[in-house]
Design a protein around this ligand. Structure first.
Ligand SMILES: Nc1nc2c(ncn2[C@@H]2O[C@H](COP(=O)(O)OP(=O)(O)OP(=O)(O)O)[C@@H](O)[C@H]2O)c(=O)[nH]1
Ligand SMILES: [Mg+2]
Length: 667
């Protein structure tokens, strides 16, 4: 029930009275004072301070606060800067090969290459690489031979490699990904840390080597720095009687930024660096000294990275251009010291605020390569060969399917002004859109391409079917990708079997309104025409899209957080749990106020009571029928409601406490 319009003219017959329990407040003297406050005042009540522990995630605005009490834990000031992501290795071209260990997978379901025409033909063409042997089991000798061959090809031994079907099942054995992450040299068990991963990371591709999974996807934790606490202090100086309050404010917490780093081309660095925490602001000091700002943290990502909040589909940020920098999470505000509370009414404020907590969240990063043209085709068609011919890229080329495991980028230069980035993608099999082969993993990298080049293996038994199969896969994966303009390049024209089939292939495609190109990538013949045609498509598409480009606000996430922070304190909801006689008062403004209230200072209680009264919480509770002894939870504070017997309001709580301790009097 929203009680925004609750009546502000509350009567002073009932109130929430507060007693700090000794486990929540560390200063025995102040506890004593507080106890005396409540006794001198109407009826006894219990207040339990319920501060979040360090690693407990922030509760959603609409969730009722937890019922369990927890001790106040103060965060240590020794902030350890999180590890920075490593810069990528090459700027324009790379072929990353997974480390050996990543290939020791459990195969969920094997796909027989014999069912795939393309693969079958390639096997026949190349008796040296008996691919069926790759899939057969129990023939150790052949496996060893094949391993040796692979070793020779790569120069590194990668063990056995199988073709598999990617499935979306939870893989509890994958310790590497979800059990332990290295954080600032300390191993953190993510499952234990805050229970966040429970059920969150359920959907994972089984059978995909970790290095491939992490190539273009990552999950990271970010936290802006908490604000430093304000302090209560009074000026005491020789010859300066009644110096007045001099407690400084806390410093603002550090911000979290995301920046596009041109030298990065994958999200692999996030495999080892998962947690990014900005520094907290320093606490204020006496003599009106304000705390220093917390150190900000900059997360560097590759161009083309899409950022979402974990578990949500809505895109928070899309960072495309090198140098783009977005303020993601602003640090918490520093708490005010008692000098800031000085007023004509109260010249001796015995109050200071806690620093505001910095927001935190888990983010999912997804890299969609920023390439102008994508080369697609069946495995072994000659895609990598084409890229190596038209650019300076040096992808691995070999005569067996799935040589390319990760996309390769290359820059094609026509002259000084006109260049384009071309991506060579892993081969596509029939069923790729459902996860067969590797193509599914990387099909989304074509989303940002303006044009596609279909490379057709001319030596295949039926090249036209190969072309149709790839087209169908693209359409099934994403009609948007299939709708992109494309060029068809019929490859391997130097081979007689390809040369023979060219004219019939050409006629059939022409009948469908497509003008194919023929080339021999190995001999570098016909490749220039293909790439010029692709560049022409790119130019046209860029011209068409120019009109839609507009300025982008990269700081809108931070703006959203700021907006939430400035939520009015009198906007709250009250829910009632009749089984435990508990009332939950939920409102982000109120919760922030409670979090920033430092209960160690005696005036804090008075201010708290006053705010509850002024913003209409007391009145609303009474209206809803709160009874003597009911528990009322506001933010992290748990209180017991007592109907007062005399006309006393929260503003009088301080009475009596002043006598118990001698404070200097100022003018
Ligand atoms: N004869 C001939 N062979 C070619 C030609 N182009 C590529 N090849 C060969 O075809 C084999 C596969 O070439 P790749 O460039 O690795 O093929 P790919 O499409 O990248 O293959 P995947 O990465 O496995 O999908 C290699 O042995 C190349 O030498 C060509 O024009 N003529
Ligand atoms: Mg390749």
């Amino acid at each position: 029930m929203n009680l925004n319009q609750s009546n502000q003219t509350a009567t002073h017959c009932d109130h929430l009275n507060l007693i700090a329990l000794s486990n929540s407040f560390t200063l025995p003297l102040l506890s004593q004072q507080m106890a005396s406050i409540s006794l001198s005042f109407v009826s006894p009540i219990q207040v339990v301070s319920r501060s979040r522990t360090r690693d407990e995630p922030k509760r959603a605005k609409n969730l009722p606060p937890r019922k369990h009490n927890s001790k106040l834990k103060f965060r240590g000031s020794s902030f350890k800067a999180p590890p920075q992501p490593l810069a990528g290795c090459q700027a324009t071209t790379y072929t990353r090969l997974p480390p050996k260990d990543d290939f020791s997978l459990e195969i969920s379901e094997e796909i027989k290459l014999s069912e795939c025409d393309v693969a079958k033909l390639n096997i026949e063409n190349d008796p040296e690489h008996e691919i069926e042997n790759l899939l057969s089991e129990g023939e150790d000798e052949e496996e060893e031979e094949e391993e040796k061959q692979l070793e020779n090809n790569f120069g590194i031994s990668y063990g056995r490699f199988d073709i598999f079907e990617g499935t979306a099942q939870h893989d509890s054995d994958e310790e590497e990904y979800d059990s332990e992450y290295e954080d600032s040299g300390k191993m953190v068990n993510v499952d234990d840390e805050d229970g966040y991963y429970e059920g969150e990371l359920d959907v994972k591709e089984k059978g995909v080597p970790a290095v491939m999974r992490c190539f273009d996807r990552a999950k990271i934790y970010v936290k802006a720095g908490d604000g430093g606490n304000g302090v209560m202090a009074f000026r005491r100086e020789k010859y300066v009687p009644l110096g007045g309050p001099s407690g400084g404010d806390g410093g603002r917490g550090g911000n979290v930024y995301v920046e596009v780093d041109d030298s990065m081309n994958s999200l692999l660095p996030f495999r080892n660096s998962v947690h990014f925490r900005a520094g907290r602001g320093s606490h204020g000091k006496g003599r009106m000294q304000h705390g220093a700002k917390g150190q900000g943290v900059v997360i560097k990502v590759a161009p083309g990275t899409v950022i979402r909040e974990a578990g949500k589909s809505e895109v928070l940020l899309e960072l495309l251009q090198p140098g783009q920098k977005a303020l993601l999470l602003p640090g918490g505000r520093g708490g005010r010291g008692n000098a800031s509370f000085k007023s004509g009414m109260n010249k001796v404020p015995r109050i200071a605020e806690n620093g505001e907590e910095g927001p935190e969240m888990w983010l999912e990063l997804e890299l969609k390569l920023v390439a102008d043209v994508g080369i697609v085709g069946a495995p072994n068609a000659g895609k990598s060969t084409l890229l190596s011919v038209i650019s300076a890229a040096q992808p691995t080329i070999a005569n067996y399917p799935f040589t390319t495991l990760l996309p390769n980028l290359g820059v094609v230069s026509f002259d000084y002004d006109s260049t384009m980035v071309v991506a060579d993608l892993p081969g596509l099999l029939e069923g790729a859109h459902r996860g067969f082969g590797l193509g599914h993993e990387f099909l989304r990298h074509t989303e940002r391409c303006s044009a596609l080049v279909h490379v057709i293996d001319g030596s295949a038994e039926q090249p036209e079917f190969e072309f149709d199969a790839v087209r169908l896969e693209l359409e099934l994966f994403s009609p948007e990708i299939a709708g992109k303009p494309y060029v068809v390049a019929y490859n391997k024209m130097d081979l007689p079997e390809a040369y023979e089939k060219w004219s019939s292939f050409r006629e059939r495609l022409q009948a469908r309104g497509i003008e194919p190109f023929c080339m021999s990538a190995v001999k570098r013949e016909g490749t220039h025409e293909v790439i010029c045609a692709a560049y022409e498509l790119l130019r046209k598409s860029k011209q068409a899209n120019k009109e839609f480009e507009g300025p982008v606000n990269l700081n809108h996430v931070a703006d959203m957080v700021q907006k939430q922070r400035s939520a009015a304190i009198n906007e709250f909801d009250i829910s009632h749990d009749s089984s435990s006689n508990t009332w939950h008062v939920v409102g982000s403004g109120l919760q922030r106020f409670v979090q920033m209230t430092n209960w160690r200072y005696i005036d804090s209680e008075k201010r708290f009571q006053h705010v509850l009264e002024a913003c209409g919480v007391n009145k609303s509770l009474m209206k809803l029928g709160v009874k003597e002894g009911d528990t009322v939870i506001v933010g992290e504070m748990e209180m017991v409601w007592h109907d007062s017997t005399e006309n006393s309001g929260p503003s009088k709580v301080k009475k009596g406490s002043e006598d118990s301790i001698r404070w200097p009097q100022w003018k």
